[in-house]
Write a protein that binds this ligand. Sequence first.
Ligand SMILES: Nc1ncnc2c1ncn2[C@@H]1O[C@H](COP(=O)(O)OP(=O)(O)OP(=O)(O)O)[C@@H](O)[C@H]1O
Length: 263
Amino acid sequence: MTDASRDPAVRFDAVRLDRGGRTILSGIDLVVPRGSVTAILGPSGCGKSTLLSALTGELAPAAGRVEVFGRAVPQRTRELLEMRKSIGVLLQGNGLLTDLTAAENVALPLRTHTRLPRAVIDRLVEMKLHAVGLRAAADLYPRELSGGMARRVALARAIALDPPLMVYDEPLTGLDPIASGVIMNLVSELNDRLGLTSLIVTHHVHETLPIADRAVVLANGGIVFDGTPDQLQATQDPLVRQFLRGEPDGPIAFDSAPRREAA
Ligand SMILES: Nc1ncnc2c1ncn2[C@@H]1O[C@H](COP(=O)(O)OP(=O)(O)OP(=O)(O)O)[C@@H](O)[C@H]1O
């Protein structure tokens, strides 16, 4: 007998991802347990965003299988749109609509995907803004918000539909260290309080590891490290150490084309 609640939040099984006729990642095996916070790390261009697009169904795997909560990521539009409701996404740019207030931005997914009455939506929006500490900013427009506040509004919008899985693509881009700390604490707190599973794609290693249960490093077309943050800090693998220290010379071929799939 299968118990769907025991399925991991995400499973990649022997996945290969191609883009523009090139293999970006191959041999990807990854199991993300429910409730965990996983940092997906790696140098620029290693395929972190590509990995996420396989998860959200934007990119179909060239080989292998990607599952979210025990179900293969669908390729058909209707099923895909349904599945995406279970994934909250916070993208690099906040994606806030500039002519809507913070509250109206957060309300957008609720208006689009539910038939809840206005009063219920208003209450939910208030709760989501409260969850990110911004209830007082409900009536402000994005231009009136600091970068960190705007990111928090975008986060409130990403959790509007109570998705069990949260995906963050470079959530700290453009933020100062204080705002970065606030966002990272929020990510961790929301994960624990709302019982979510979080995947954070980032090159901000030192800000992200303290809240992560697990770190996965991508480089040279595949996973080169998968373990706890402590194991990552202690690793002697020259490739991973090169990445952690941000050194340009070493086994990671920075700025070169990813390897091609062997013919
Ligand atoms: N739509 C596309 N068509 C063709 N190639 C692409 C496309 N999108 C990305 N790539 C290539 O795929 C590789 C991986 O890109 P990706 O954006 O996944 O890396 P990343 O690790 O997220 O990088 P960064 O940290 O700079 O955001 C790069 O070589 C990139 O040029």
